[in-house]
Design a protein around this ligand. Structure first.
Ligand SMILES: Nc1nc2c(ncn2[C@@H]2O[C@H](COP(=O)(O)OP(=O)(O)OP(=O)(O)O)[C@@H](O)[C@H]2O)c(=O)[nH]1
Ligand SMILES: [Mg+2]
Length: 194
């Protein structure tokens, strides 16, 4: 697909504030700091999602309207230590509501750092999505930080570590070099039937 227009239309802190389920949507999930907002900026071609070196930048569910036709959804990241128990609970209630109720959610794109094998919280997310029967695929972020031979090696390691869960799409990606952007847009287009 080609992105012709994108705008932030809603910042959601509670489920009642979600936009109507009138358009197909794709959500981007992953650990805090893995590069969700950067990936969205790269995909959408404009700097609209807030990016920061401080983990936990995105606390809300952010809705981007793409081509006036789809929602791309930036989900708050999980797994950084300095968050209070109360904040973590808020996060899991919000996400639980989101995953259980959004009927127009077609696929979750789960971001993993290309440099590392999945962490316990990534496995929890995978198990959560599987339990709710929400389709998902993986994007491996920050690919620019690895040399080619390391990338090949890590790619295999990541795939092997998740092979018990079944067959999934894994796409290496870099917001810095834009590696993987065309394939990711193509894949999203196919998922949306665009
Ligand atoms: N080298 C490199 N750095 C990246 C890439 N993507 C993101 N970063 C950096 O990683 C940090 C976190 O990026 P964000 O996009 O804010 O991450 P996030 O997943 O949205 O984080 P939360 O909002 O906390 O969940 C920033 O300093 C980015 O500049 C990438 O592809 N390559
Ligand atoms: Mg973010």
């Amino acid at each position: 697909m080609k992105v012709n227009s994108a705008k932030l239309i809603k910042t959601v802190y509670k489920i009642e504030d979600m936009p109507p389920e009138d358009k197909k949507e794709i959500a981007f999930a992953g650990r805090s700091n893995v590069g969700k907002s950067s990936l969205l900026n790269t995909l959408l071609g404009i700097k609209i999602a807030k990016v920061s070196s401080t983990p936990g930048k995105t606390r809300s569910i952010n809705y981007y309207l793409v081509n006036d036709n789809y929602y791309f959804v930036d989900l708050p990241g999980y797994g950084f230590a300095s968050v209070s128990k109360q904040e973590k609970e808020k996060w899991s209630y919000l996400l639980d509501d989101y995953f259980k109720n959004r009927k127009n959610l077609i696929t979750v794109i789960l971001l993993l750092d290309h440099r590392h094998v999945p962490q316990p919280l990534d496995y929890s997310m995978i198990e959560w999505l599987r339990e709710l029967e929400i389709p998902f695929m993986f994007v491996l972020t920050k690919a620019d930080k690895l040399k080619n031979f390391e990338k090949k090696k890590k790619f295999k390691e990541i795939q092997i570590s998740l092979s018990n869960y079944g067959e999934y799409i894994y796409l290496p990606f870099s917001s810095k070099t834009k590696e993987g952007i065309n394939l990711l847009l193509k894949t999203i287009g196919e998922i949306l039937g665009d």
